[in-house]
Design a protein around this ligand. Structure first.
Ligand SMILES: [Zn+2]
Length: 439
């Protein structure tokens, strides 16, 4: 399977396009289209699950480990406190919808797209990542009555118990750390508790699962090994999503605590670079780790665009070239053209059933102690039948139907990921003062 050039990969729908345009936020192959009217009418508590299931769902601590929503926090068009719709602006998460879907919180992502490996680019990436962390903290401060920053595993239950939403922070792509892993301490003080070394392309730390040039280090680089040690020292969870299989094996070997795959699917259902083969998933689980299932359509199944769409995309790519080389003004024009193209030739979408196939396959293979949910909300996730977080009770319903107990389902919704955070805390050796002490 070949990867399409980056220019043809990114999503478009009004707000998504705006954000992606600024920071290449989207996953590879992201494709967003407006929902059908039938789906729109199922929003809210009428998502088609029984009252009993809703009660079970709402009683649980429900967390997702990959919320890309912070990419919107500095956008004038996005208001976290306002109920928005996927159909209107392409977003998946806001406060009213968190309440509606019973989502108590999770890991909110500091994402940085991969850029050149030179000092000036490192500095610029570092500044963007620090600003993204500030944006998350500002959001928490602004809505202090409704949300709260979380620093320890114990915080989740306490914060949710007070009726507030839980805000842990993770870093997707360690590129902004440059060549100085001690910078991770600064992010730790700001609340960072999970870190993944790499994104779409090989960087200074590790090989990526999707680099078209092939592997560079055969896993972690020496600097990547330092990063793993630093994360362990600080008590952060290490995230193997986006990493090449060799990198994940290296991380298992080196890390003193189990890994998370914060948003990943399984090769057993659909073989794709961004999914994980059975053998490696078994190794992650045997080490105590967890896979959080992604709801990113083009990683769930082979989605064939219509020939007309393919042709239109090729023409667009030929006209504009690689997005990595575009200046701001060209990028804006590119996204306008891309939006129009999507309206005319809608991209194909995956389904809730296919998402559940990945989750149930993983559950069958490694059991309910090693599976959770990281659906890549606001990062390209979402499928027909689960187009935003208001549909989360459907996952609980499907797990009950598949025979999983309440206890199992609670582990899947947050127990497993909190167990990993607890393990990271216990293995922590750093003397650095934790911000929960500062508070
Ligand atoms: Zn991702």
């Amino acid at each position: 399977m070949t990867l399409r050039p980056l220019a043809g990969l990114l999503a478009a729908s009004s707000l998504l396009a705006l954000t992606a345009c600024n920071d290449f936020h989207q996953e590879s192959g992201s494709e967003i289209i407006p929902q059908s009217e039938a789906q729109m009418s199922t929003h809210g508590h009428g998502v088609g699950v029984s009252k009993d299931v809703l009660e079970v769902h709402n009683d649980m601590l429900v967390m997702d480990t990959h919320l890309d929503t912070p990419a919107y926090f500095h956008s004038a068009k996005y208001d976290f406190s306002k109920r928005q719709t996927f159909e209107a602006d392409g977003t998946h998460v806001d406060l009213p919808r968190m309440k509606e879907g019973g989502l108590d919180g999770g890991f909110w992502v500091i994402f940085t797209p991969q850029g050149p490996l030179d000092e000036a680019s490192y500095h610029s990436a570092r500044n963007s990542a620090l600003l993204r962390q500030m944006a998350i903290r500002e959001m928490a401060a602004k809505y202090a009555d409704e949300v709260e920053l979380a620093f320890t595993a114990d915080d989740a239950e306490r914060i949710a118990g007070e009726g507030k939403r839980v805000v842990y922070q993770s870093m997707e792509n360690s590129y902004p750390l440059g060549t100085d892993v001690s910078l991770l301490e600064t992010f730790y003080i700001g609340g960072l508790r999970m870190v993944g070394p790499v994104h779409f392309r090989n960087n200074q730390f590790a090989d990526s699962a999707t680099d078209v040039t092939g592997e560079k280090f055969d896993g972690l680089s020496p600097l990547g090994e330092e990063l793993v040690k630093k994360a362990n020292e600080l008590g952060m969870i290490l995230d193997g999503s986006h990493a090449a299989d060799t990198t994940v094996y290296d991380m298992i070997e080196l890390s003193t605590t189990p890994l998370i795959l914060s948003h990943t699917g399984v090769d057993g259902v659909y073989e794709h670079f961004r999914n994980i083969p059975d053998e490696l998933l078994l190794a992650v689980a045997e080490d105590g780790g967890v896979i959080q299932i992604n709801a990113y359509g083009s990683y769930l199944e082979a989605l064939e665009p219509s020939p007309e769409r393919t042709q239109a995309l090729e023409e667009l790519d030929a006209e504009f070239g690689d997005t990595a080389d575009m200046d701001k003004e060209t990028m804006t024009r590119y996204w306008e053209a891309r939006r129009a193209l999507n309206d005319e030739f809608p991209p194909p979408r995956s389904t809730f059933e296919k998402f559940m196939e990945h989750m149930l396959y993983a559950l069958e293979l490694v059991g309910p102690d090693h599976v959770g949910m990281g659906a890549d909300w606001d990062g390209g996730g979402g499928v027909d039948g689960m187009s935003d977080i208001t549909f989360l009770p459907k996952v609980t319903a499907a797990l009950i139907d598949a025979g999983y107990t309440k206890e199992d389902i609670q582990k899947i919704w947050s127990g497993n990921m909190l167990r990993l955070l607890r393990a990271a805390e216990e293995a922590r050796t750093s003397e650095l003062t934790s911000p929960d002490v500062l508070n």
